[in-house]
Write a protein that binds this ligand. Structure first.
Ligand code: IMP
Length: 450
């Protein structure tokens, strides 16, 4: 039975939640396998807006089971407030939400560490984390000695373990800042024991559950958080998140082997955005960028920070579509581009006057690249009501066709607005280009450095 993966191919916020919501009806189980409450997804359904962070949007469908695996770092307080908000709006979660007992717990010291330590990682620039304690929690997971997992909250030695961790944290934090609050082990124990009790009906060994499910023919949908360029190993390090947010993280985060994944959908905005620090070659810190920000409402779901906006970067997207093993593309927010005379696509980089065929592995090189742009005629039509691919303006179809060619993958879905029904599904991705995994093709239109 098929398992589908939905993976962001840029720096996150590609509107994956909307696609996951649409695909959910063809699946039995939706799996969130990495990241934490740093991610946020918004789904508009039946005129209602749902903002979720850790819990997959599949929760809105009673016949679908939502699984948060051990690859996720879990803040029990955030999960409970998401549960409360769903329940208060009539969504039932008691039978179809499973949380892994292997998930590492985000504690208040992780949040404190996130704020204290996120400064100046490279060239004086900070990562600009979401401040949710995600990196410090993953660091403790890898360090092991100070880690606590969800399953540990139910053990008789939880208080003892908490005391050990807090003593260590107090020491390390007090050398960094005098303003660190004192963590009271007994109070934290009471608070987290209470969270654990409330979460108890949902907690299980999700690895065993998912292996049983996939082996017995259940249809799984894996929902990536963040985007492939923020991947800890393969992204724009050190301006990345702390988990494998590209396709390579699906198996490690969920425990389900890659041999079960037979459809990987790469999700892209029709332009680029990034929130937080780090290089972004096609950034437009100008009126064009502001145009995209206003039309696309490009403000962070979690932090409300204005997102950095720029042209579509085909070099980066080609890299991540290969990295994440993408079969087909879903291009989101195409409607945002209406009203521009020209739309630009970065089809190559130049570094020190030489053309680069690969996305650079070092950020100093990525900072130094000069994007080579192709300029394509824009369109003025409002796309928000378009239902069929062939009804898109020819200029928009040409733009999408060029993305297909540059990435070597067909566009199977185009989104032209936030609602479920503002989605064009292209059954026959017949227009698909021949798949080429070689060097980037030469731009056919004039190249400009912007
Ligand atoms: P952290 O994941 O909070 O440690 O943040 C690390 C980097 O990833 C920062 O640049 C964040 O802005 C970015 N980031 C984390 N989560 C998301 C997301 O869901 N969307 C977009 N950027 C994110």
């Amino acid at each position: 039975m098929p398992a589908t993966c939905v993976i962001g191919l840029q720096w996150g916020d590609e509107a994956k939640g909307k696609l996951v919501d649409i695909l959910t009806e063809q699946h039995d189980i939706v799996v969130r396998y990495q990241g934490g409450a740093n991610a946020g997804h918004t789904v508009v359904s039946g005129g209602q807006t749902w903002k979720l962070s850790l819990i997959p949007s599949g929760i809105l469908r009673p016949d679908v089971t939502c699984v948060v695996t051990g690859g996720v770092v879990l803040n029990p307080c955030s999960v409970l407030s998401e549960i409360d908000s769903l329940v208060s709006r009539g969504v039932r979660v008691e039978r179809n939400l499973l949380l892994s007992d292997r998930a590492h717990i985000v504690f208040p010291w992780h949040v404190a560490e996130d704020h204290l330590l996120d400064s100046s990682v490279s060239g004086g620039e900070a990562i600009g984390t979401t401040g949710r304690g995600i990196g410090p929690c993953y660091r403790d997971k890898v360090g092991r000695a100070l880690a606590i997992r969800l399953g540990d909250l139910y053990r008789s030695d939880f208080l003892e373990r908490l005391r050990h961790v807090i003593q260590n944290k107090q020491q390390s934090l007090s050398t960094t800042s005098t303003a660190v609050s004192q963590f009271d082990a007994d109070a934290i124990h009471r608070e987290y024991a209470d969270y654990a009790e409330r979460l108890r009906p949902h907690v299980t060994d999700t690895t065993a559950y998912l292996l049983d499910a996939v082996e017995s023919g259940k249809r799984l949908l894996f929902e990536g958080a963040q985007g492939s360029l923020l991947d800890i190993d393969h992204g724009t390090f050190p301006f990345v998140t702390s988990s494998n947010s590209s396709g390579v993280g699906v198996s490690s985060g969920s425990g389900v082997p890659g041999r079960w994944m037979n459809r990987v959908i790469g999700v892209l905005k029709a332009y680029s955005t990034r929130v937080g620090g780090g290089p972004m070659p096609t950034e437009q810190d100008n009126a064009k960028g502001e145009y995209l920000r206003q039309r696309g409402n490009e403000y962070g779901t979690v932090t409300r920070r204005p997102r950095r906006c720029g042209w579509f970067d085909a070099v980066a997207a080609r890299y991540t579509s290969r990295l994440s093993g993408v079969d087909e593309l879903s291009v989101m927010l195409l409607d945002v581009l209406s009203g521009l005379d020209q739309v630009l696509i970065c089809s190559a980089y130049e570094l020190e006057g030489r053309r680069l065929d690969h996305f650079p592995s070092h950020i100093d090189d990525l900072r130094a690249v000069v994007p080579v742009y192709e300029s394509w005629p824009g369109w003025n039509e409002d796309l928000s009501g378009v239902q069929h691919y062939q009804d898109l303006p020819q200029a928009a179809q040409n733009y999408l066709a060029r993305i297909e060619t540059l990435l070597g993958r067909p566009v199977s879905v185009v989104s032209v607005g936030p609602d479920r029904n503002q989605t064009i599904q292209r059954d026959n991705a017949a227009a698909s280009p021949s798949l080429s995994f070689n060097a980037l093709p030469t731009p056919q239109h004039h190249a400009t450095h912007v």
